[in-house]
Design a binder for this molecule. Structure first.
Ligand SMILES: [Zn+2]
Length: 466
């Protein structure tokens, strides 16, 4: 591994350090995040970025600006990419967003591989333990897409962070990937909020939930299946209009509520595009989307981002400041067995840690065909608990304003780091789209092994939910 000793601070870097003082997030960021600056005396390499194993080349193909980097692998063994270490020296736990852009050509995973092309991080905590994480695999041939993750959703990042090795990589895969505009941003967990979502556009959203929310002055969110509007058991257009005009948000939930990962790309595209246009033709304002069954993959995310500000899976948890949208918001699924005390616990946790809780309900009814219903009396108590928490109740779109990562690009910042430390020679892979990230470390040996064969054959993950 090449030892990195950088001693020069450029004029551009110095100016950037001075300019980042007023950012909402901490000033720390990677140096030369867009690869525009060549390494001293070597135009093939980017200043501040080291070779990771098979290495990289600076390339005249940038997502933004002139340059990016190119990583090519001719076989599926091993790893190739770039890396940079960023020192955060946190004294308390703060969420950190790691994001960037990738485009790919014929990326194919190995049989046991999960990296594809993506961002991999080795997150060194202040007690010396290392937490590993990687973005979901990007496979096949695709144009620029935004990728990343927020350490605030990783339960195994449970101590302040000392430093992070950020590694754009093609791992255990072959093909050519380009990377650009890779940033690291640390956020202050200084606000909390609750969103009340009702999935599927069922009639009980109007007949049961509405009056309870009204009595507290809360606005909810309804995730509507466009093809089911007005069907037996579902709200009519007029009823949904009444919700929206009183302050509710209407979210698209496809045309037919089928699993998008189980259909052709063109069929999935029609579901994404047509549900939005159909709901808009009814007069609704549609900004966001929710995946049926929480089932998604990176190709769907990339396609859906043409139509939606965000796309919500069904993964358990709450959402930190600087969440990597569109796919990293979490849900707290309220089902028939969910107790009021459980919800109170979620609210208290969010309040203590500066988090956003999205409580997702389905039918509000005493009985149901499955667990996706909440007894009306319990529902009233849950909404009372929300009121008692004192947390602001916001629509999903407002929640994104409060907790989503800003779209602005931070300036280049930070002085070059002099270090002899390097990332692991054997990266540890994780399945980030699993629904069981409460045990993220064990995913490597546990959940990953279970779903690996499916993932490799289809490049997807299906999470539990509705
Ligand atoms: Zn649904």
């Amino acid at each position: 591994m090449i030892k990195r000793v950088l001693t020069t601070l450029t004029i551009a870097g110095l100016i950037a350090v001075l300019c980042t003082a007023n950012q909402a997030y901490a000033a720390a960021d990677l140096i030369n995040p867009s690869f525009e600056q060549a390494a001293d005396g070597n135009a093939q390499k980017a200043y501040g970025w080291q070779d990771f194993q098979g290495g990289y080349q600076r390339a005249l193909l940038g997502q933004n600006g002139t340059y990016g980097i190119r990583v090519t692998k001719s076989n599926t063994a091993g790893f190739a990419g770039a890396y940079q270490r960023i020192d955060l020296n946190q004294s308390s736990i703060k969420p950190v967003l790691v994001d960037g852009y990738v485009r790919g050509s014929s990326i194919v995973n190995s049989a046991g591989g999960y990296f594809g092309a993506g961002l991999y991080a080795e997150i060194v905590l202040n007690d010396g333990t290392v937490a590993y994480w990687n973005s979901p695999p990007n496979l096949g041939t695709f144009t620029w897409r935004r990728i990343g993750f927020n350490t605030g959703v990783l339960p195994h990042v449970n101590k302040p962070i000392s430093h992070i090795f950020v590694i754009p990589v093609v791992g255990l895969a072959r093909g050519t990937a380009y990377f650009d505009d890779i940033h690291v941003r640390e956020f202050e967990p200084n606000q909390s909020a609750v969103t009340l979502t009702f999935d599927d556009g069922e009639i009980s959203t109007y007949t049961e939930a509405r009056s309870v929310l009204d009595s507290h002055g809360f606005d909810g969110v309804t995730a509507v299946v466009s093809g089911l509007v007005g069907d037996d058991g579902y709200m009519t257009q007029t009823q949904i209009e009444a919700l929206e005009s009183s302050g509710w948000e209407v979210v698209s939930h496809t045309v037919s509520h089928d699993d998008l990962t189980a259909m052709s790309a063109s069929a999935a595209r029609r579901q994404l595009a047509n549900s939005k246009s159909q709901l808009q033709n009814m007069g609704f304002v549609i900004k966001n989307f929710a995946f049926p069954f929480g089932a998604y993959n990176m190709a769907l995310i990339a396609e859906g981002s043409k139509y939606y500000r965000s796309m919500r899976p069904y993964e358990t948890g709450d959402t930190p400041q600087g969440a990597f949208t569109p796919y990293e918001t979490k849900v707290r699924s309220v089902i028939s067995t969910t107790s009021v005390a459980e919800v109170e616990g979620w609210l208290a946790e969010a309040k203590a840690n500066g988090r956003w809780v999205n409580l997702v309900f389905h039918s509000i009814a005493a009985t149901g065909d499955d667990v996706y219903h909440t007894d009306p009396a319990v529902f009233a108590e849950i909404i009372q608990a929300v009121a008692d928490s004192g947390l602001p109740v916001v629509t999903f779109d407002k929640g994104l304003d409060m907790f989503g990562a800003p779209t602005i690009t931070p300036a280049v910042a930070s002085t070059p780091i002099t270090t002899t430390q390097t990332p692991s020679t054997s990266p540890t892979q994780t399945n980030p789209t699993s629904n069981s990230n409460s045990t993220a470390q064990s995913l490597v040996t546990d959940a990953f092994a279970n779903v690996n064969s499916i993932l490799n054959s289809r490049g997807i993950n299906i999470t539990i939910g509705n």
